[in-house]
Design a protein around this ligand. Structure first.
Ligand code: 2BA
Length: 109
């Protein structure tokens, strides 16, 4: 069995959870925050049999889009050593970041 720790953008999470559920995959949704943008994102825990990992990854690919975010470095213009440092910078986020972990043991009581 594998555990897919899947970090997605909040906007993609409802559609992904629905699509997984429709295909019979259970998931647990956690509210999380990205360390770089410090914005909310969603972490899904999905436990699946080894043979199903590819299927789940394909659903994730279908449902999660890459988006661009513009961030402005937090240096006041007057204090910036170079005016270009204060220009907004484009950051591409997602579609999804997926960690696939081996599960030693799984039980439901
Ligand atoms: P954030 O940490 O908020 O990062 C958002 C996006 O900012 C990243 O998108 C990446 O394009 C960019 N970024 C991150 N760190 C950067 C840096 N030091 N310099 C320049 N650009 C940087 P994604 O790579 O798609 O990641 C989306 C979210 O997935 C991340 O949100 C974070 O919550 C999570 N994530 C990504 N890689 C991870 C990892 N190795 N371990 C744990 N979480 C990770």
């Amino acid at each position: 069995m594998k555990l897919l720790i899947t970090i997605v953008q909040d906007a993609d999470a409802p559609g992904l959870v629905r699509a997984l559920s429709e295909r019979g995959f259970q998931s647990t949704k956690l509210a999380s925050t990205g360390g770089f943008l410090r914005e909310g994102n969603t972490t899904l825990l999905v436990g699946v049999e080894d043979a199903q990992v590819e299927v789940v990854q394909e659903i994730i690919r279908e449902k999660c889009r890459t988006r661009s975010r513009l961030i402005t470095p937090g240096v006041p213009l007057a204090e910036a050593p170079d005016p270009f440092l204060a220009q907004p910078v484009e950051v591409r986020v997602g579609g999804a970041v997926v960690f696939v972990l081996d599960v030693d043991h799984f039980m439901k009581v």
